[in-house]
Design a protein around this ligand. Sequence first.
Ligand code: IMP
Length: 427
Amino acid sequence: MPATVLVGAQWGDEGKGKITDLISSDFDYVVRYQGGNNAGHTVIADGKKLALHLIPSGIMYDHITPVIANGTVIDPKVLLDEIDMLEREGFSTERLKISGNAHIIMPYHRDLDGASEHRLGKNEIGTTLRGIGPCYQDKAARIGLRIQDMLDEDIFREKVEAALVEKNPILSKIYKLPEYTVEQICDEYFAYAKRIKPYIEETGRFLNEALNNKKNILFEGAQGTLLDIDHGTYPFVTSSSCSAGGSVIGSGVGIKHINRVLGIAKAYITRVGAGPFPTEISLDDEASKILTEVGGEYGVTTGRKRRTGWYDAVIVKYAAEVNGLTDLAITKLDVLSEFDTIKVCTAYKCGDRTYNTVPEHQSIFHHAEPVYTELPGWKSDITGCRSFYDLPREAKDYIDFIEDLAGVKVSIIAVGPDREQTILRRW
Ligand code: IMP
């Protein structure tokens, strides 16, 4: 096993939480390697439904050590609220490890996220407004604050001072927002630091030692491949490397340890925020209403209604390449049970050209028209199916069809929200 990476193969919200929860019992460590509390998934454990944004869902299992690694960005208040919520619900957070190299989301990051979206107007990205982009911006500009800075109040204060020299004029002069004082920020963040200190660990070394001791690691990707800063639909992306490669950069574990890459794709597709989406179904179309309501397509983090569309085999094939997928999990197959026929996009028509791959130029992608194959629906309840052979023939054909197009075996199929509503086919 030693290390498996689980990644979103679409635009996020593929149902990664459910699959992580399902397979994590096989692992000793579950690691978040990028992103922050822009992510969110609901986990059902011990009959309790819990929404997690930052802490890996492995926290629910006593034998798992959850790790928030160096590639993430952490809003300390959100982290502590999540810790408190878990403790209240009876889940110990004692095993949690947080990298000292992870970056801290500061109050001005949240302000700047909102202000820059407002400035962009109709060209906005539709971010989650959690300060993620501005925090990664400061990381790259080398003026960010890291979790380890919380271990030394003098250093922390110095760095806040240095950051505010730049941030305050941007806040007040460009965006007409209030400035911050060093004391204001330090008072708030020193209180967080006291509580966060016990969790801080050199997580890179810690994980490498674990691998040397033959432990198994699951890297839990957040967002999805098409939201990756390098490989996604830039600029309508998040600011981190959510594809599988990010797992080694974002954790300090060597590439040689990764031997399985599991891509998660919904049996249809959704997207939140702006950006190109060739198979999008118009909001007033009955199909969109069905996917939204039956699929419960509202964001866990923002509550926003997700845009919905038909399964796009071109982008899943792209995700297979970018991530080096060894396996695919198809989630929410049961949501399609309502349809007489189901469309799958197999190529794009862009002007006179047909593309079987994601077009190289963003403006071409913006105008891509989906080429669909329409498959018969199964029109029956599949939520009780527990083996591939239990599925109606049309559902099996649907899975086989998308498996062929992706060129990756479909190992897991989810037919309902509960852990047991899953078909383990070749896992
Ligand atoms: P940010 O990550 O808040 O900067 O948002 C950038 C883009 O990524 C926006 O289109 C968001 O809607 C999208 N995004 C961020 N996190 C998620 C997620 O967990 N699921 C789906 N979309 C996300």
